[in-house]
Design a protein around this ligand. Structure first.
Ligand SMILES: [Zn+2]
Length: 265
């Protein structure tokens, strides 16, 4: 599932390729991703002819800012965007195609078809975004705030990191990576985390996310994207880079979780 670094990478790519270009046409091949308005024809009609000013990211959401409206796109499990020439052959799981005025096609692909697209008016409140917590790479994100948010409830540190209403953008894979690099057991309760561990967690969150963004993300699923060297992802049964102990898989807050039982206390 694409998380903040992957979504950031996709945002940068879209801005590079089709920013300030006009949408000349849209083809909806799989209407299931279109959630607002639900009628695909209405969806097409409301964007065609508009210029894309720029794309922003908030948490794991992409925000396409057009003249009159904002397209809010969530990639869920397997969604991604690719830029093509209109003559390029179509992938099996292409779901929506945006034809831009510079002869570029922005193609939304989604193997499992769980992604969503919603259009909001320029001055309309964007409901899914309003619920999101702080951006971990924004100025307001401090160790004091992280600790304050964490101490509000007593639950596993993994569950806290995954809560988009607290800190936005971290998903299952980066949460494991962050806990590993911060040497904290993902099942530890937030109220048991010491001050020094909160500090360590804070610097690790920023380090991991910045590094992953610099790599262009890290999922092999997205061939054209980056290859951030994960310590845990897809390394089940392999040995910990730090101590040689076998990486274990456990379930924390109903999510498959990888960790090193020796390094992470
Ligand atoms: Zn270890």
């Amino acid at each position: 599932m694409p998380e903040m670094p992957e979504v950031e990478h996709i945002k940068q790519m879209i801005n590079r390729e089709v920013k300030n270009r006009e949408v000349e046409g849209i083809e909806v091949l799989y209407a299931g991703v279109i959630k607002r308005p639900t009628d695909p024809n209405q969806f097409i009609h409301s964007l065609v002819g508009q210029t894309l000013h720029h794309v922003d990211r908030r948490g794991k959401y992409l925000l396409f800012h057009f003249e009159e409206s904002v397209l809010v796109s969530h990639l869920r499990m397997t969604g991604s965007y690719y830029v093509h020439q209109s003559t390029d052959s179509l992938a099996n799981y292409a779901a929506v195609i945006f034809q831009f005025s510079n002869d570029r096609q922005l193609r939304y692909h989604d193997l499992r078809k769980l992604g969503t697209m919603e259009i909001y008016g320029k001055n309309e409140p964007i409901v899914p975004i309003e619920r999101l917590g702080i951006e971990p790479l924004s100025e307001g994100f401090t160790v004091a705030l992280l600790e304050e948010l964490g101490m509000k409830s007593n639950r596993s540190i993994k569950s806290f990191l995954l809560d988009q209403r607290k800190v936005a953008g971290i998903g299952n894979i980066y949460a494991d990576e962050i806990c590993y690099k911060a040497r904290i057991n993902p099942g530890r309760k937030t109220l048991d985390i010491t001050e020094i561990e909160w500090e360590h967690l804070y610097t690790t969150i920023m380090l991991v996310l910045k590094d992953a963004i610099a790599f262009g993300g890290g999922y092999t699923f997205f061939e054209k994207h980056g290859h951030y060297p994960f310590s845990l992802y897809q390394r089940a049964g392999s040995l910990c880079e730090q101590c040689g102990t076998e990486i274990e898989r456990v379930v924390v807050t109903m999510r498959g979780t990888y960790y090193c039982p020796t390094c992470q206390k």
